[in-house]
Design a protein around this ligand. Structure first.
Ligand SMILES: [Zn+2]
Length: 88
């Protein structure tokens, strides 16, 4: 299963295996900044959760970007509108 890059630093992520008592546990950890998922006994679930985290942070980035662009768009539309109004 392919691991997406780290949502914090875009570093390479790796799946680490740990033994907790007699149970095999898995954790996805970023090799650059150390960000990690919680321990889970399901390898696929760990990887999925990690990949989902990147999707969420991408989404957050877009929302932030749009929110910061919105005032600019409104001003541009307003100025553009009055400019056209003057021309007509
Ligand atoms: Zn990282």
């Amino acid at each position: 299963m392919k691991l997406e890059k780290c949502p914090c630093c875009l570093g390479e992520a790796e799946l680490a295996r740990m033994m907790v008592g007699d149970t095999e546990m898995w954790q996805v950890t970023c090799s650059s900044c150390g960000l990690s998922t919680e321990l889970d006994d399901d390898q696929t679930f760990s990887a999925e959760r990690w990949n989902l985290r990147l999707e969420r942070s991408k989404l957050k980035m877009w929302v932030t970007l749009l929110a910061s662009l919105l005032p600019f768009l409104v001003v541009t539309a307003f100025l553009g509108g009055s400019f056209m109004g003057l021309r007509l």
